[in-house]
Design a protein. Structure first.
Ligand code: FPP
Length: 228
């Protein structure tokens, strides 16, 4: 059977901390393993012909974690940007970030903007990293932008253009490590997304696991509120 591959997959990469704890390791090592998983999933997603992959790397609420963990996540992201540049360019990946700039260091913002600029004409997979991201913040930022423009009334289609990135809504939302919640991720865009939750912790999530999620998506009967 020919599989229907979603154009946009969104992932809540959860469980790095638990993965590390189970092994008696510091949480930051879990995040490092999580970054390795992400690399594998990006390559596999590109191979499958997925057009957009949005991954939740740091939420507006994650600043509440210990200073040590926040710093480690910032450092990991910066290292990631440097380390992945070659891979991104060689594989024709378009790199984008969704999120607020406030509280993010100038050096990290510069590195993000640089890679966005460098890869903007790439036509393969769009890797969209949700960083310092909150779904409510994104909606409020959109509303404030349209108020500034003096808009009085808009349609759902128009409002979608006020989100951080003008990309189609994800058909499939994956959450690892078994938690049954949305955690303020892509609130506007996931209205009709199919949700796939696995107990697998993010550092253990591999190519086979992504295939399994896509197979599960293929068994869903998508009605968008209608009747078939
Ligand atoms: C959730 O696990 C994960 C995060 C808050 C960070 C996600 C970051 C990565 C996967 C690192 C790689 C990303 C980039 C872009 C370099 P958790 O810490 O909440 O795990 P727990 O629920 O088991 O404690």
């Amino acid at each position: 059977m020919e599989l229907n591959i979603p154009k946009h997959i969104a992932i809540i990469m959860d469980g790095n901390g638990r993965w590390a704890k189970k092994r008696g390791l510091p949480r930051t090592l879990g995040h490092r393993e999580g970054a390795k998983s992400l690399r594998k999933i990006i390559t596999h997603a590109a191979k499958l012909g997925i057009k957009h992959l949005t991954v939740y790397a740091f939420s507006t609420e994650n600043w509440k974690r210990s200073k040590e963990e926040v710093e480690a996540l910032m450092f990991l992201f910066k290292t990631y940007l440097k380390g992945e540049e070659k891979n991104i360019m060689e594989n024709n990946i378009k790199f984008t970030v969704s999120g607020r700039e406030e509280n993010v260091s100038e050096s990290l913002l510069t590195a993000i903007r640089r890679l966005e600029e460098l890869s903007k004409n790439n036509t393969g997979l769009n890797l969209n990293i949700a960083f310092n991201y909150g779904g409510r913040a994104e909606i409020i930022d959109g509303i404030n932008r349209l108020l500034k423009e003096g808009k009085k009334e808009i349609t759902e289609e128009e409002f979608s253009k006020y989100m951080y990135r003008d990309i189609p809504d994800p058909e499939l939302l994956i959450r690892t490590s078994g938690e049954l919640r949305i955690s303020n991720f892509l609130l506007w865009q996931i209205a009709y997304s199919e949700i796939y939750i696995t107990d697998t912790l993010w550092p253990d999530f591999d190519e086979k696991e992504l295939d399994k999620a896509i197979e599960s998506y293929n068994k869903r009967d998508r009605r968008f509120g209608g009747v078939k």
